[in-house]
Design a protein around this ligand. Structure first.
Ligand code: CMP
Length: 139
């Protein structure tokens, strides 16, 4: 089925001018960028977005990293978009990411791993709504 998923290009990616190269990976794989905006997240915004990880030991560092520079939030649309995007991104830890994936090619570390992608259709709906209103998504 055609799905939508939330993608974030993280501060390590925008810092190194990788927006175009990463977007090319999505488009080459058949995902369509149907919404996109560049933002500098506040601590409250990053903390709220990652609220599910609040109890994890890496939460504080993660929020600090995600507010360290601009991010690009986007909605990707396509057949099986949630799973397909996770395939294109590769494993969370770049050390475990398959060749050709975004994280294998670009990520600096498990934290500065260049991209975020929703992990389920249910979370995708919540995460898309966190960043975008309906009028901003043009399929
Ligand atoms: P992301 O898909 O954005 O979801 C949570 C993020 O926490 C994850 O990518 C990583 O960037 C970051 N993170 C930092 N340390 C860890 C860790 N030990 N395990 C999982 N995620 C981590």
């Amino acid at each position: 089925a055609v799905e939508r998923t939330l993608s974030i290009l993280k501060p390590d990616a925008t810092r190194r001018n990788l927006t175009g190269k990463i977007n090319a990976k999505f488009e080459e794989a058949g995902l369509r960028i149907v919404a996109q905006k560049r933002l500098h997240l506040s601590e409250a915004q990053a903390g709220a977005f990652y609220a599910v990880h609040k109890e994890r030991p890496f939460y504080k560092d993660l929020v600090a990293f995600m507010t360290s520079g601009p991010v690009v939030a986007q909605v990707l649309e396509g057949e099986n978009a949630v799973a397909k995007n996770r395939e294109i991104m590769g494993a969370t830890n770049p050390a475990n990411a398959a060749p050709g994936t975004i994280r294998k090619e670009f990520a600096e570390s498990i934290e500065a791993n260049s991209v975020h992608g929703s992990d389920s259709a249910e979370n995708a709906a919540t995460e898309v709504a966190f960043f975008f209103s309906g009028i901003e998504i043009v399929g």
